[in-house]
Design a protein around this ligand. Sequence first.
Ligand code: ZN
Length: 401
Amino acid sequence: MSNKWESNPEIQRFRDYLRIPTVQPNINYVECIEFLKKQADELNLPIELHYPYDETKPIAVITWEGADPSLPSIVLNSHMDVVPVYENLWTHQPFAAEMDENGNIFARGAQDMKSVGMQYLGAIKRLQDKGVRLKRTFHVIYVPDEEIGGDKGMRLFVKTEAFRRLNVGFALDEGIASPDEVFPVFYAERSVWRVDFICHGTTGHGSLLLENTAGEKMRHILDNMMDFRAEQVEILKNNPEFSIGDVTTVNLTILHGGVQSNVVPSSLTALFDCRLAVDVDHDAFEGKLRTWSEQAGGDIEVNFVQKRPKIQPTCIDNNNPFWKAFRETLVDDLHLKIKPLVFPGRTDSCYIREVGIPALGFSPLSNTPVLLHDNDEYVSADTYLTGISIYTKLIEKIGNI
Ligand code: ZN
């Protein structure tokens, strides 16, 4: 089917990128890197590859040098990988980037976040075509494995000498599409903690009433964790201005233990996924978990499968010149609506902020149903192209700070 977007080179670039199946798990990034090299070539920009983990986990950095390279640079970050699909639940091939008659482009990664990765380049191309030379250097970074935690990608890269040499002053990274005209802008993330409670207790025959059983201890842990969860549900309900990122979430995700139905088990284990709100005192929260374990009868191991540190939110007032430029571009110049939020999940921005660099999560996809990780993920061609216009203004403004 042919339509007015079919021959647009930016739409073609986007669809070509979507057709590279960088889908978890065990991704071979070779084809993707070759594609990015070709894009850099066409834009006449140098591309550098880094391997902070090993050669299977490449990081590509395309650089557009500014007129004053001594100024701190700006990172435009995106991840190359996408999450798996339930192909039978899609009405389009998930890696064919099919476009319907309305210009809706369907593919895994259309929203999260191959659109953003290519929109950065589209914006740079437009500025190059206008003959614009910005003061600051831009590094467009493509990282692997964000969807599985970024441990072999951005998490390592920000700690390398190669990254330090980029002299980064500010970063843009992914946000989330918005079903209406308001663009969410993410300035912080909660800290992910995964806590395993292993309750040890008296074992014996299931016909008795033994003391200090694992089951009784587990009941205390569950009661306390779920009561805390209920408090957070109330806080969220009673504060209409709050979103999920403003409260601490607690969810029981794995339960196991026991060997036979008539044997009282020597241990039972419960794993909770916790996301600590940005204002939570981490020591106090851990103290609470340990107190509950003591009150439950002791002999409970509290193991942290994951325990992310407290990370400073990015400043969103006029003391941060990058925020000021961001807000002025979107609100004053483009008359768009924005809403600063704490990101509900985790992105690679957490590693960027962790090394002290301000970062904003933003995907210019308004009036788009939120379909990241969902079936029939799509972006309309018009939305995609409008996003390039937004980035063009934004990059021009931020690049001249
Ligand atoms: Zn993403």
